[in-house]
Design a protein around this ligand. Structure first.
Ligand SMILES: [Zn+2]
Length: 332
């Protein structure tokens, strides 16, 4: 059994490893947990990660795919569900599970395209170009309905002394899940929290936070902050060890949301005729991070969420009859 740190594998603690991949120039970390009665794989990466990362990592660790009992998707995204069909083909006895609220989005490439990546086309005129679209469809793999859905609160036993808890961590998606290893004070949290930015493999600021549902995301930041954790493992961020590093990450996640809202409200107050979602992203983006200019429109996920939240709270409103929708301050 190899437990050493290699290019593909990074041990977190006993019987727990990170499989280290890459997506769009950013790190992608899938977690593998072992008990005496089987293995759990958290997220399946993109479709090409089955043969490019997961299978080679199993070989390197001298683990058998037939011992894989659980495959859990933290949430609906190409880099977390894309290998589902490939992994079910490789490990047919494993049970593929996800959050109930993400099930319909996870089921197929067409579903995730329509419900997630192409969701802002009609109202806001924001959508991915054809090349990116084709890449997403290809890397989302073949249609693969999950076998089981979780609501949070379930316990999975991988063998004696290895009991894991499924915790709901909504905000980046409604059904986002984490795996909580209470005995080891560790949370495997997928993309539940984003801090202030996603970094690239070269350490540069690569992508803005991409939460979708503001109140849920803030509640998740508070929930994680209160858990008695010593280790926090996200899919695209360095592993955090120690309470203060974890609290700092939760606080940075919350602070970004607060800054984003302040920046949006300020921009709306300065424009009585209102602003489109694209204009808001382009105006506020440079004030929120140092990622490349082309990334500003990726704020659409978070900002659409902010606009829903601000309308709910009576602080902003759509201008009637505008297409793409213009928003204005409702405080004037
Ligand atoms: Zn991700």
């Amino acid at each position: 059994m190899s437990t050493g740190h290699t290019e593909l594998i990074c041990p977190v603690f006993e019987d727990t490893w990170i499989l280290r991949g890459e997506v769009g120039g950013r790190p992608l970390q899938l977690t593998l947990l072992r008990g005496s009665e089987g293995l759990l794989l958290l997220d399946t990466g993109c479709a090409s990660d089955v043969e490019g990362l997961i299978v080679p990592a199993f070989e390197e660790l001298k683990l058998s795919l037939s011992d894989l009992r659980w495959i859990v998707n933290t949430h609906c995204d190409v880099d977390h569900q894309g290998g589902n069909a490939g992994m079910k083909a490789r490990a047919p006895s494993a049970i593929l599970a996800c959050g109930e609220a993400d099930r319909e989005t996870i089921v197929s490439p067409e579903a995730i395209m329509r419900r997630r990546y192409d969701a802002y086309r009609e109202a806001h005129g924001i959508f991915y170009g054809e090349e990116a679209r084709q890449w997403i469809l290809k890397e989302s793999g073949a249609e693969q309905p999950p076998d089981l859905t979780f609501a949070g609160g379930e316990r999975l036993r991988l063998g004696e002394g290895r009991e894991l808890e499924i915790v709901p961590l909504p905000g980046h998606s409604h059904g986002h899940l984490g795996v909580y290893d209470r005995a080891n004070r560790a949370l495997f949290a997928g993309d539940a929290l984003h801090g202030s930015v996603y970094h690239g493999l070269d350490g540069s600021e690569a992508l803005c936070p991409t939460y979708l549902y503001v109140p849920e995301y803030l509640r998740t930041a508070d929930f994680v902050r209160e858990l008695p954790l010593e280790i926090y493992v996200g899919c695209h961020w360095p592993v955090l060890r120690g309470r203060s590093a974890i609290v700092e990450f939760c606080d940075a996640s919350r602070a970004f949301v607060v800054n984003a809202e302040g920046s949006i409200l300020e921009a709306l107050e300065a424009e009585p005729d209102g602003l489109t979602l694209r204009e808001l992203c382009e105006r506020c983006g440079p004030r929120l991070g140092n990622w490349p200019d082309a990334v500003h429109t990726e704020l659409v996920f978070a900002f659409n969420g902010h606009m829903e939240d601000l309308q709910q709270r009576g602080l902003a409103e759509p201008v009637a009859g505008t297409s793409p929708v213009r928003y204005r301050s409702a405080q004037a």
